[in-house]
Write a protein that binds this ligand. Structure first.
Ligand SMILES: [Zn+2]
Length: 187
């Protein structure tokens, strides 16, 4: 196998003074002797150690056949919803998480032929939690659970208890949020 020699000049995307280039995988201290294309148009390269270049190349295959929207959907569904924005310069971490998410998607049981989950907002996730639901759920599931909880926590059924009233309000708010999101999906 032909091996590219690591460059000894600063290539601009990395401001470390480069004598021995480190592996670009976050937290890896090995020297980055193997290059891998950053983009499909091969306009730039990452430098990895042997283990990480292999890992990177495996991850690369998962992207083929996906469009940008699908890749972004993976990105957003991969617990990124907890973070409002990505700091610049964390591309490697971001890509790593993206690849990990894709790997989980492909190799987790029964998930092989499941299409990527749509991205979920914090509001949606919280509303589902209020209704004690775990995604994925259908609007039908949500309605069944909503009716159940409304009956259970209705102030009239709880002697006008304030706690029950607050809970009841929360359930209604959550249902309003979920209705917006899920109603259109119902067939
Ligand atoms: Zn490495």
């Amino acid at each position: 196998m032909e091996r590219d020699m690591p460059p000894f000049e600063n290539t601009g995307y990395d401001d470390r003074p480069v004598r021995v280039r480190c592996c670009d995988s976050p937290g890896c201290a090995a020297s980055g002797d193997y290059r891998a294309p950053k983009n499909r148009d091969l306009s730039g390269y990452y430098w990895f150690c042997l283990d990480h270049v292999r890992e990177y190349n495996r991850g690369w295959d998962f992207f083929s056949g996906m469009n940008t929207v699908q890749i972004e959907a993976y990105n957003r569904s991969a617990s990124v919803w907890e973070r409002p924005s990505w700091p610049m310069g964390e591309w490697h971490q971001r890509e790593q998480q993206l690849r990990d998410a894709i790997r989980r998607e492909f190799f987790s049981d029964g998930a092989a032929d499941v299409s990527p989950s749509p991205p979920m907002s914090k509001a949606e996730r919280e509303a589902l939690a209020v209704l004690e639901l775990t995604p994925p759920v259908s609007f039908a599931d949500i309605k069944v659970q909503y009716r159940l909880l409304v009956k259970q926590h209705h102030p009239d059924a709880n002697g006008g208890s304030r706690v029950a009233e607050e809970k009841f309000k929360g359930i209604n708010q959550a249902f309003t949020v979920l209705k917006e999101i899920y109603e259109g999906d119902e067939l």
